[in-house]
Design a protein around this ligand. Sequence first.
Ligand code: FEO
Length: 177
Amino acid sequence: MLNQKMVDALNGQMSNEFYSAYLYLSMSAASAAMGLKGAANWFMVQYQEEMVHFMKFYNYVLSQGGAVTLAAVKAPPSAFKSLLDMFEQTLKHEQFITKCINELSDLALKEKDHATAVLLQWYVTEQVEEEANDNDVLARLRLVGKDGNGLFMLDKDLATRIFTPPPATAAGGAPAA
Ligand code: FEO
């Protein structure tokens, strides 16, 4: 059972996850416009992952009898200087999300809400992976610098990223039966 404080905090994080999806969709479009098809794919996969993060909270709140309250989502930026700029903004945004997840975990422990604390452990692990992925691409982008061939090769690599849908469970992609 969720208390109202926890429901409100989880609804707030749902907005953050939805905004993340929106941000990466915008970056996917900007990458495509730059002729970077691989980067467009990478950000499209990231958009799909963010929707999974959103739905996981959504299904959890519903399954625990809480009210899902959807808030307005602000418009993401649509103009970016370069792919490096996009990945720098991505890492900064993910560091913010990590801070939000940590604060939610603190709240769950303070409220003695162990079920939510367990759910949030999944997000803690996910954030470690997300920041590692961003740091990896950023490091390679900095190595490449202004070398067009290097960027071409990196873009080819970003094209190989694949979205893996989560298993359909109450806490995953599909609503509980
Ligand atoms: Fe859902 Fe990228 O954090």
